[in-house]
Design a protein around this ligand. Structure first.
Ligand SMILES: Cc1cc2nc3c(=O)[nH]c(=O)nc-3n(C[C@H](O)[C@H](O)[C@H](O)COP(=O)(O)O)c2cc1C
Length: 176
């Protein structure tokens, strides 16, 4: 699968996963894809924790309520350090977004599925902080995203996207 194919095949998967472990080598490839992403002024503000130990996954499931990706045999947690790239410019959100997208594409290429879970875990109930506590994340890192990883049991839904011509143009914003 080339990159363009992976981009077109990727959809958020929220279904059940097969009970088949993800080999460590694949998790490393996925994480490396995340770490290879660009970052503002190369500050590399994104860090990652992969979880494949069933005992730790079980601990995470206890704090992720309502459950997300709870049948996945592995997950990658995305951490950020909100430090400035220069003056008062912090690109941490852009940095971790680029890393997440790289990982989502690598996940698809390797035959797995995932979903970018950020809203769910950073909401008012701050599940992110509970996950961070389970994983011994120090206070100067913020856990911002949870990516389940595993082989899907069913097809991912394909959400409707607006037509190309409503969002992308050549040479000028379209005139009335
Ligand atoms: C910043 C961000 C946060 C997201 N948070 C969640 C989330 O908390 N729960 C969820 O089910 N999907 C979440 N998603 C996935 C989006 O809902 C999904 O990308 C969108 O519906 C388009 O579907 P697609 O990924 O299949 O193209 C998030 C995506 C992004 C980019």
């Amino acid at each position: 699968m080339n990159v363009i194919e992976a981009i077109h095949c990727r959809h958020s998967y929220r279904g059940k996963y097969k009970n088949i472990p993800v080999p460590k080598d694949d998790l490393i490839k996925i994480m490396q894809a995340g770490l290879d992403a660009p970052s503002g002024c190369n500050k590399q503000t994104t860090s990652l924790i992969a979880v494949d130990d069933p005992h730790i996954l079980a601990k995470l499931r206890r704090v992720i309520e309502p459950p997300i990706g709870d049948t996945a045999p592995a997950a990658i947690c995305v951490l950020t350090q909100r430090i400035n790239a220069y003056r008062d410019k912090c690109f941490a959100v852009q940095d971790y977004s680029a890393a997440i997208q790289n990982m989502l594409l690598a996940i698809v290429e390797l035959g797995y599925q995932s979903c970018w879970y950020e809203g769910h875990i950073t909401d008012d109930d701050k599940i992110c902080d509970k996950i961070a506590q389970v994983l011994n994340v120090p206070d100067n890192y913020e856990l911002v995203c949870y990516l389940p990883v595993g082989i899907a049991e069913c097809e991912a839904a394909q959400p409707k996207k607006k037509p190309f011509g409503e969002r992308a143009w050549f040479n000028s914003f379209p005139q009335e």
